[in-house]
Design a protein around this ligand. Sequence first.
Ligand SMILES: Nc1ncnc2c1ncn2[C@@H]1O[C@H](COP(=O)(O)OP(=O)(O)OP(=O)(O)O)[C@@H](O)[C@H]1O
Ligand SMILES: Nc1nc2c(c(=O)[nH]1)N=C(CO)CN2
Length: 165
Amino acid sequence: MLSAGSNVGDRHGHLQSVADELGDRLIGTSHVYVTAPWGGVEQDDFYNVTLIADDPGRDPWDWLRLCHLLEWRADRVRDVRWGPRSLDVDVIACYDPGEVESQHPDLLLPHPRARARAFVLVPWMQIEPEATLGGAVVRDLVAALEPAEIAGVRRTDFSLTPSAR
Ligand SMILES: Nc1ncnc2c1ncn2[C@@H]1O[C@H](COP(=O)(O)OP(=O)(O)OP(=O)(O)O)[C@@H](O)[C@H]1O
Ligand SMILES: Nc1nc2c(c(=O)[nH]1)N=C(CO)CN2
């Protein structure tokens, strides 16, 4: 499961680039959500989306490399931690078929901060409420969030479909 966010430039276009790259490997997408910034840095609202991808030929490191490629194509600049960004794509969880675990600092699985992030969990619950993250069910993780966190995550009417090539 991948989570993508953008709050700089063409927010929708940046998220669309992720769907376009995944193409027919994309097996589920949430709507796009407008989300209040998480992490304490004052900045514009984000667009966030959850994407379920499947490709038997790819391992978790391949997905991470794809995330970095997409960020690089969007001219992502890394300066402020949790600060503004054209595109952020994180690997939240991988299944093979059970949840894959990784302690490597360049690829922590499941993503260690996802369970505290309404901007990840609320879109995910829209499409896979029974999915597990670190052994917990997404629906239960959402129920454990502060109501104010959930209120900061608003569903738009639009979702992403890969553009025809
Ligand atoms: N599951 C993961 N998905 C994406 N990056 C990860 C993951 N686990 C570790 N990393 C590493 O985290 C580093 C920083 O990534 P990034 O700049 O996207 O962080 P961030 O978006 O600012 O913060 P956060 O990690 O809290 O979302 C990268 O070098 C990446 O290899
Ligand atoms: N709402 C929201 N807040 C964030 C986001 C994000 O994608 N959405 N990404 C961050 C960096 O990981 C920091 N804060």
